[in-house]
Design a protein. Sequence first.
Length: 679
Amino acid sequence: MPLLKLDRPAVPGIAGPFVCRVARLTMAGRRAVVAVVQIAVLLVVSEGWRAETNGIGVARAANPGATDASTVSPDEVLDGLRRFFQATARPDGSFQPGISPEYRGMSDSAYSDLAAVTYAATLHRTFGWKLPHEERTIEFLLGRQKANGDFFNVAGTVDPLSSEGRTYNTTQGLVALTALGVQPRHDPLPVFEAILREDYKQLPAYSTSFFPLAYLCAGKPIPEKADRGIRALMVQDETGYTNDHVAATFHASHYYSLVGEATPRSRAMVARVLRDQNANGSWLINMPARDRHATFDAVFVLAHEAAGEPAAVAAIQRAVRWVLSCRNADGGFGHYPGSTSDADANYFHVGVLVMAGFLRPADPLPPRPELLSWGHLMPVRKVRPNAARVAWEAPGWVAAVDFSPVGDRLAVACSDHTARVLAVADGTEKLALRGHNDGVTAVRFAPSGTRLATGSMDGDAAIWDAATGSRLQRLAGHRGAVMAVAFAPSGDMVATAGLDGAVRLWSVETGRPLATLAGHRSWVSSLEFHPRGEWLASGSSDGRIMVWSLTDHRPIQALDATNAEVRSLAISADGSTLAAGLRYGKVKLWSTSDWRVIREIASQGDHCAVAFAPGGRRLAVTEGDWNRGAMVRIHDREDGRVLTKLPQTGETLSLDFSPDGRRLATGSADKTVRLWDLP
């Protein structure tokens, strides 16, 4: 009979009510007293939380048995930790969640009885210790795997047959066996493959980094399709946070660290983490039931996204003092000052002390230290070879990017009403073009590099001085947003098009209209001039591509490209091939000599952008839509094979090759511009 009955089961990382009610006290008087003490501890922690929100801090007087955080040494912490594990080790190789056999755990240790075992194995390997009953622990873990690959819990609040339980338990089992250097008896990956078909979308936000962690423990990278699906779930707000909580945000940072990529909006993320730290060094900003791991989560983000920066170092040192205040006389750690020592709290608090350098791990490090649970030994930023060299965080979604003719600058169209010019070398902002009254949807450099053209949701296009940022010409005449702009190769004419379906030609010098090309039945999304100025192509949401004569302004060719939308166009450097990115998963290539289709490249999602490299052999295409993580693929034009894949976080709306073909720039709806160095 449980002493206390929770109104809702405790689930790691998920908010729950901070109200407990006594179910039935039908036990002996000793256990009744224990129940009263447990309620009192909860009330003390609750009062501590209220005090913290008022800037008072959590009172350590609530735990008279706690050690003095100001005097404890690393050796004392490690000695106490070993005492805790000796006291909680069971003969069968498993571990109790706390010192008392009657203690049922908190957070992960209450969720699944695999958690205490995993954290014990992880910390023993961290410091080079041998588990009290190591061979039995291995047998215990192997015995908790089914033939179908599932690891399962016997005790705990999670349903072992649920997708949530299968994901959690199988990840924990793999992490524990990896720490012990043992292979599972059965292949665990079918478990994740099944969940990644659909159920992963319903899992809690803290589950995102479970998947790459589990795959890496099994010796494989996370599959591309799964990677894209999970990225689509990690939606960040203006502060860089996901789900407005540091726990989900940590798992995003952990995810990108595992796959070897820079975390999107990391600067904003770091700024908020620093801003949210309490005066006592913790990140206890919600009800305690929701913030059990908040300090670990925040310290991981600071260590990996702001490594070595003075403000981050100072914040982490403040966190060390708070963590040490959670240490108890039994050698273990409670989740908060005054709370019972718990196997789950041990891992996360000791993880902070390791990341902060207060506790030193074994030397040499254990094999594959980055796979020891949730990353306390993970090297800071191990970037995969094809990761972006520069990731610039924009103030709004990025609709277009365009390299200057020399390749030293990159023009960027942003939804914050501003176009910008960035230095390609380091991504610093060199110029801001302000004057539009709505989001900028298109931007192009003139062939000379001295001017820029922009289009905007405000219905205007404009021509700008590329050196000073001053507006030279306002091009007014469209009804509705201007979606595309393009300079003629001669540089004396610019084309614009947009929601009104019209293509307009303008004099660059005077800003006067030269012609209106009418023929599309819906809005025009893309414009491209032939490299020698022989014609102009326009792609529309009416599914057609129109090829226009620049002498009599009549159509040369009308291509029925799709029954959906033409999202983007590109023309090879020699003018022989026209490529179009189409909505709903296809790229088509036409020969411009006879306008026959010479290749189709099928994939998933929308193709918002296509671009030929200067040599004309490589074709870059974006793939993805608003609810699916994106990918940039670089194909061989001749045979269609994929040469390079560049994972993206949000829908990639634009891309451009540098003039020498050695770099690729992408602009995304996740408010990021990325610059990639290519082979």
